[in-house]
Design a protein around this ligand. Sequence first.
Ligand code: NAD
Ligand code: UDP
Length: 313
Amino acid sequence: MGKVALVTGGAGFLGSHLSDALLRRGWDVIAVDNLSTGSRKNIAHLADERRFRLVEHDICKPFDFGPVDYVFNFASPASPPGYLVLGIETLDVGSQGTRNALEYAQKYDAGFLHASTSECYGDPLVHPQREDYWGHVNPVGPRSVYDEAKRFSEALTMAYHRYRSVRTHLVRIFNTYGPRLHPRDGRVISNLMAQALRGQPMTIYGDGTQTRSFCYVDDLIDGILRLSESDEAMPVNIGNPVEFTINECAEVVREITGSNSEIVYQPVPQDDPQQRQPDITRAKQLLGWEPKVNLREGLTRSLDYFKAAIKTA
Ligand code: NAD
Ligand code: UDP
């Protein structure tokens, strides 16, 4: 019998790539998704795949789809504009949703991996961010619906590890991009790529000196699968440590798209982290993992997707 994985958020950007990777490894995949920020388009290529099925369901409500070997918990709005609109839903999925997913893993003695985030570090005062940094999060600001939900999910996951002996893993994902990132989801790479390809002004929030470190999706999924096979329960950063200012990022997008769109500066959102860069020492040591795809190459690999996606988005 092949192994079975449950992927919550399986119709999302990352969940769909993870499902593809699991299928390639011979797993059966049950994707459960309420399609709030994800799309059937992300899994349309799996329509004839008998080892894959999508169940449309909100994981905040109880569920049981039978025995599985592994639960990958990826359900949550993820882009800042997305979770700012769906604030209560984001808190719900990061609390009750994660709890239901953990109960499910416990019931079937399955492994469990939770998609956590660099946002657990908030607007960090320590740079680069190591996993033992507790972060600098505004617990009542607009981003708190996401940040605190994710931090609570981490606490829940550790509690199921400690009190219920569930084999859990926590990946802290740093900004990841690639094909299937929705061109209107409001994240910086999707916004800039879509604007550049449409010949529209490219929006930079603030003065563009804030930094992010961008990871190509294939590298991220490779790291996540390695973590899922490890014995490590404490959080592990997975991200590309090469740091760009947003101004530099916009220049790379203009170069890759061949666009001469102008840049327009707009107000910076409240509590927007000023700098972000993963320290990946633990991922290297524990998992033998490091990213292979740099930003230019990753954007080049994503170009055809964005060209097609902007026509229908
Ligand atoms: P996404 O919005 O494309 O995917 C999230 C999926 O979860 C969507 O398909 C959505 O419909 C689904 N979902 C949301 N609430 C749900 C619920 N209550 N029940 C069932 N399904 C629900 O975003 P993504 O970028 O693929 O992010 C996936 C996960 O990775 C999220 O948990 C996110 O917080 C985390 N993450 C992503 C990044 C990144 O750079 N992409 C960075 C850090 C963390
Ligand atoms: N950003 C920007 N222009 C955009 C979208 C985002 O300058 O059109 C900035 C945003 O203010 C932040 C960075 O790019 O400083 C990354 O934003 P994103 O929404 O992708 O994710 P975050 O890392 O903030 O969660």
